[in-house]
Write a protein that binds this ligand. Sequence first.
Ligand code: ACO
Length: 317
Amino acid sequence: MPPRIITNAELETMVDTSDEWIVSRTGVHERHVADAMVFTSDLAIEAARNAIENASMSPEDIELIVVATLTADMHTPSVACIVQSALGFSKNTMAFDINAACSGFIYAITIANQFLQNGVYKTALVIGAETMSKVTDWEDRNTCVLFGDGAGAVVLKAAETEDGILLTSAGCDGIAGIKSLTIPGLKVSDEEAKKRENRNLCTIRMDGGEVFKYAVRMMSEQITTIIEKAGLKLEDVKLIIPHQANARILEAIAHRIQVDKSVIFFNVSHSGNTSAASVPLALQAAVQADRIHKDDYIILVGLGGGITWGAVLIKWA
Ligand code: ACO
């Protein structure tokens, strides 16, 4: 995450809000925000470098780069291409971005996993990276208290073992969800312009209540379905690492699927909602906190704009 921190106290000076409101509704105390000239690719490059180093590999070992983001620096080249050019990857590396909003990292893992399973590639770098601060309307208290910037990455390797990624699942409800979370790009409809009262048109607007209900329902369903498909029980799962949208959503999921809150990893307090970066950032925090050990079953689960959702079941190697 970038070094600059915006605390709730600082937000109190920017919009009509309070630390009490933000903490009680979201669990967020502070979020990290990139400087004006720092972009998603800068964060992605740092995360990629760390992940490759941690895997004791070098960039030329990587055959596929998938970056999940909704805040790419440019329409083209993709963030993945910028990462490829920055770190000395092979020219044969396939590199592309995907956008599934806050479910992006789950979608990216799902895609990369297919390339490894069907034998096309042996190694993949999967990155979730966002600078949500650049699409935030800092005068809109409904959204500016929620989001933050960051990037996280993993290296996936093909292996003939019983552990690693066991199952993935993903879905989308564009019919019901298409208007509940939007950031206009080239097209700004009258309806979207109206929501932004002629301020910066390319900023995020969200029907928070609608997304909240979706997030609880779909992330709970994804968790229980993937466990069932694997022939496991909820008790077998050591840790669930959900998209860090809001602490209340995570508490509601624990209540709905009836697990102790300790099974769900909470990391939102110091990061805010970092969209596609939130799951890999939380995964890294969980590893650092010694919450994941060999042979543990863990679940990554997310929900985001679209509305999109997905889950990944892993037996930690
Ligand atoms: N400070 C003070 N008051 C506020 C603030 C604020 N920052 N923001 C809103 N309010 C006010 C509202 O104006 C409203 O006032 P009113 O009753 O006078 O109209 C009141 O607080 C209640 O607003 P609600 O929207 O009902 O508040 P709620 O309890 O639903 O919390 C929140 C809002 C935190 C956004 C919640 O709905 C939420 O977390 N939604 C899900 C967000 C999410 O999960 N996003 C994930 C996907 S993001 C992605 O894919 C990029």
